[in-house]
Design a binder for this molecule. Structure first.
Ligand code: NDP
Length: 330
């Protein structure tokens, strides 16, 4: 094992308590949805995990279907853990999820007990882990009774396969049912995961307050709107960007002139704060203390490094918030 983590790794990171639990999460977590699959450069992936850990990022977010190919992000992460992090498992929070399409047939992609129980075993095998710190229901599938999904999550904890459970993208009515069911079983929902960024603010209506009311922490995914809230698309679509890659989930038609124009105006405010647009977008997503953490993605160590510097200035003046809102509402 050649890798020696930095002795100073906990000095710069901000940690926030996850809801009413005893668990602290880093304000910036790293997600492995893109750039960690079998189509990606394994050495860049390894460097990003090391860099993150060296800078206090203790939380790594996976799902069974991350890749491509589906499952390969978990496999690659497992290899990186085995090669470099065996002594550091107790310093890491590793999450995974199940509920989206993963294998063929009627059991491979929903929120049934059948899918969840098979999925967690598969994910443990792929990563080589003995347990996940957090296991999520990846989505409410519109059909499976919430009670069935939630009971599967409770049983995972009872079987020692997960320490905590979480919900991802649940509509408020189903989230409330799940919070109540989990609480009654003595396995409260640790964290609720939803899309949130300057461009996607739906959770401000209900989901954030609801999670808080039930003592759940909150974690935002795609806080940079998959790269739209960085300087990446300000002057066209770069060749290797997520929008240009055939395996990327950011479609070209999502890179609209309207969004790029807003990003340009936001970039001017960021410059006045001595931040990059990405840093300001992350600080903005973290401005509410109920937001435990934001999960960023990155395709290079340089991006990750840029993003972590958001922590140097997390506060906003009233005037800045008004200016930002004006741009977003234009
Ligand atoms: P972001 O919004 O942070 O987008 C990340 C992408 O933005 C990078 O891959 C990179 O794209 C670009 N980028 C990041 N930093 C910079 C920078 N400093 N300068 C320029 N470009 C930058 O998050 P993701 O959409 O990747 O989502 C993050 C995580 O959230 C996922 O990995 C996953 O763990 C979780 N998630 C959960 C979901 C759920 O259903 N629960 C759904 C989606 C995500 P490029 O490749 O173009 O360089």
């Amino acid at each position: 094992m050649d890798y020696q983590p930095s002795e100073h790794r906990y000095e710069q990171m901000v940690y926030r308590r996850c809801g009413k639990s005893g668990l602290l999460l880093p304000a910036i977590s790293l997600g492995l949805w893109h750039n960690f699959g079998s189509v990606d450069d394994f050495s860049v992936a390894t460097d990003m995990i090391k860099f993150a850990f060296d800078h206090g990022v203790t939380h790594f977010d996976l799902a069974n279907n991350y890749g491509p190919v589906p499952g390969s992000a978990e496999e690659n992460f497992g290899k990186i853990l085995k090669q470099h992090f065996q002594c550091y498992r107790d310093e890491m929070i590793i999450s995974s999820k199940a509920g989206h399409e993963m294998w063929s047939g009627p059991y491979g992609g929903n929120s049934s007990r059948k899918n969840l129980m098979a999925s967690i075993d598969q994910s443990l095998r792929r990563t080589g882990l003995e347990y996940f710190d957090i296991f999520y229901s990846h989505r409410y599938d519109g059909v499976t009774p919430v009670e069935e999904t939630v009971q599967a999550l409770i049983d995972m904890v009872k079987q020692g396969k997960a320490l905590y459970v979480g919900l991802s993208k649940y509509p408020p009515a189903q989230a409330q049912k799940a919070y109540e069911w989990l609480q009654a079983a003595g396995v409260p929902c640790l964290v609720s995961q939803y899309r949130y960024s300057m461009f996607e603010r739906a959770i401000e209506e209900e989901s954030l307050a609801l999670a808080h009311e039930y003592g759940s922490g909150f974690i935002a995914f795609s806080p940079l709107a998959q790269g739209l809230l960085t300087n990446k698309y300000l002057h066209g679509i770069p060749e290797h960007s997520r929008a240009a890659r055939s395996t990327g989930f950011l479609r070209l038609d999502q890179v609209t002139e309207e969004r790029v124009e807003k990003a340009r105006s936001l970039d001017n405010i960021a410059a006045c704060r001595c931040q990059t647009l990405a840093q300001m977008a992350l600080a903005w997503a973290l401005r509410d203390e109920r937001m435990t953490s934001v999960i960023v993605g990155a395709s290079s160590v340089k991006q990750l490094s840029d993003n972590l510097q958001a922590l140097a200035n997390l506060s906003f003046s009233e005037a800045e918030l008004v200016q930002i809102n004006r741009i977003l509402q234009e």
